[in-house]
Design a protein around this ligand. Sequence first.
Ligand code: BES
Ligand code: ZN
Length: 640
Amino acid sequence: MQKYSLPAFVFFVLTILKIMKYQWLMILILALTGSGCKSNLEKPKETVVTDPHSFSRPEEVAVRHLSLHLKTDFENKRLSGKVILTIENKTGANQLILDTQKLTIEKTKADNSETSFSLGDNDPYLGQPLSIAINPNTKTVTVYYQTAPDAEALQWLSPEQTSGRRSPFLFTQSEATLARSWIPLQDSPGIRFTYDAEIECPRSLMAVMSAENDTVLHRNGIYHFNMPQPVPSYLMALAVGNLRYQAYDHRCGVYAEPQILDQAYYEFADMPAMIDSASMLYGDYRWGRYDVLVLPPSFPFGGMENPRLTFATPTVIAGDRSLTALIAHELAHSWSGNLVTNATWNDFWLNEGFTTYFESRIMEKIYGKPYADMLAAIADDDLLTTLKDLGSSSPDTRLKMDLKGRNPDDGMSDIAYEKGRLFLTLIEQTVGRKRWDHFLKNYFNTYAFQSMTTEKFRDYLYTNLLSKEDQDKIRTEQWMFEPGLPDNRPLTKSAELDKAAALARDFSDGKPIHTQNLSNWTTHHYLYFLRSLPENLTLEQMIKLDNLFHFNSSRNAEIRNQWLLLCISNHYEPAYSNLEEFLTTVGRRKFLRPLYSALAKTDSGKALALKIYKHARNGYHAVSITTIDQILNYKSATPD
Ligand code: BES
Ligand code: ZN
C-alpha cells in the first residue's frame, strides 16, 4: 500500500479545514509544520550511515562544497594553503569535526572571523579529529594548513623516478582513508561534495585533478579546477609533473610524460570503444570527459578511478594492448563506485565486485567471450589462492566485511573483487542476462550520486529482481554475509588456457616444444603457461625455458612478475639482477607483495629481499611500504 508523506497529509488536513472555514486552525498548523515540510522536500537524498573509519559527524553538520587553494613545495615536500568548506548545519551544532592525518593546522575561520580549533588524540589508522568552533548560522569554515613531508596520500618523486628524469613529480592516492593526509575534510565515502580548486606549481609543470581539466600547460603555473558533480573524499586527486595530453576524440584522451605519451596513446586506443560499450550496458556516462593519466612506475596500484581522470600504472603498457582490462575496470567505476558508492569500507565489494563484473562485460563486448573467459579463469585461479591463504572460514572472506578498528586496506583482497564478480555472475545466470542488465541499469540510475550498503542493495535486489525461489537457489545471504566460496559458484572454462596448460605439461614431460605455433598467444596464455608449470624445475629446465621463450628479457610486467616468481622458487640466479631491477623500478604493490613474500620463505631469499628493500624502499609509495614492512618484518630503523 502506498504510504503518504507528511506534506501530503498536512495538505489533506488543510483542505478539510478550508472547507470547514477554520482559518485560525489552518494558520496554527502551517506555522507548526510549514517550514519543516519545505526543507524536507529540498534536502538531497542521503543515507547517513555510521562509518567506523571517520571521526566526522555528517548527521550533525555536512560539508557540501570544498574550495581548495594549495601551493606545491617540491623542495620541502609540502602542500600549503587553505580549504574553504561550505557546510550545512543540520542540528544547530557548535562544532564541525573533520578528519586529518599529520596536518599542521595554522588557523581556522568560521565565515570571516577567526575561530578556535583543537586536534584530538592520534589514532594509528584514523589520524586526528579536528574540532572547529562554529555557530548554528555559520555558512563556511576555512582551514589554513600544511601537509607533512610523509603525508601518506602523497608521493613526491625525484626526477630520477620519472621517465624524463629531469622534472620532479607529485601524485596523490586518497582511497581508502588517505585524503585526510592532504585535505582536512569529512573523510567518509558516505559523504559527497562538489569542489573547486586553485593549484600553484612550478611553471614548467602541469597540474591535473579529478575534475574539469583544460589539458594545456599554463605558463604561470596556476591551474583552476571545478568539479560540478558531488563526489566522496576518496576520489579527490591531484598530480603535478611534466605532462602532455593527447586526445582520442572529443570525450577522451591520455596524459603522460612526453617520453611515454606515444606508447601510452597506442596502448589505450580502445578507450572510445570502451566508453561506448559501457554506456550501452548501464546508461549514460555522467561525468563529462574520461581521460587517463599515466603515472611513474612507483604508483602503488594498477589504477585508481579518480572521476574524469583515471590514474594508471605504466606497467600496463605492454606494447600490444594486452593489459588494458585495467582501463575497462577503472572506467566501469564511473558507474559502480563513483555513481553508486560503498557507504563504508565494509561494503567495499559493492565498489569492486560490481566493477570487476562490469569490466568483464566490457571486455566480452569488445574482444569476445573467449578472451573475457580467459581473464575470468585466471582471476578465478587467483581467488582460490587467496581463499587458501586466508583460510575459507576466515571472516575476511565475507563480502560484507567488518573492518572496525583495522586498516581499511586490509579489506583490499580478491574476495571483494572476484568473489563479488562470481556472485553477480551467478545472479546473471539465474535470472538471465536481459533481466539482470535491466535491473543493473535501473540500480545505477536510482541511486546515482548516493551511497549504498550491502543490506540496502540486498533489499533492492529482493524487491526488484529475485523471487524467494531465486534467493534460495542462489543462496544470496550465504554469498553476501558468510565466509568461504559457496559450492554453486559459476565455473569458467577457457579452451585457450587449456592449450597453455597442455604446453606446460609437455614441457615438464620433456616433449619437444614448437614455439612457432604460438604466434597468436597473448600475455594471458604465457601467464597461465608459467603458472601451470611445476613449482620446482631443474636448472636445465629453467635454462631451456628462458632459451625458448626469452622470459628473462620480457618487458611485459605481468610476465616478468610471473617468471621471477618461478625463478625465486627455483633459486635461479641468472635472473636475480632482473629481479633486483624490477623491484627497484616498479612500486606496484600487486607485484611487490608476491615477490617479496616468495623471497621471505627462505633464509637466503630473505637476506636478498632485505638487501634490495633497503635501497628500494625510499622509492615506494607509503601504501606499498606498509605492506612490505610487514612481510619482511622491517623496522625503518634497521641499520644498514
Ligand atoms: N579502487 C581501486 C584501487 C584501490 C582500492 C585503492 C582500495 C585503494 C584502496 C582500483 O579500482 C582497482 O581496483 N585497481 C586494481 C586494478 C584492477 C584492474 C583490478 C589494482 O590497482 O590492482
Ligand atoms: Zn577497482
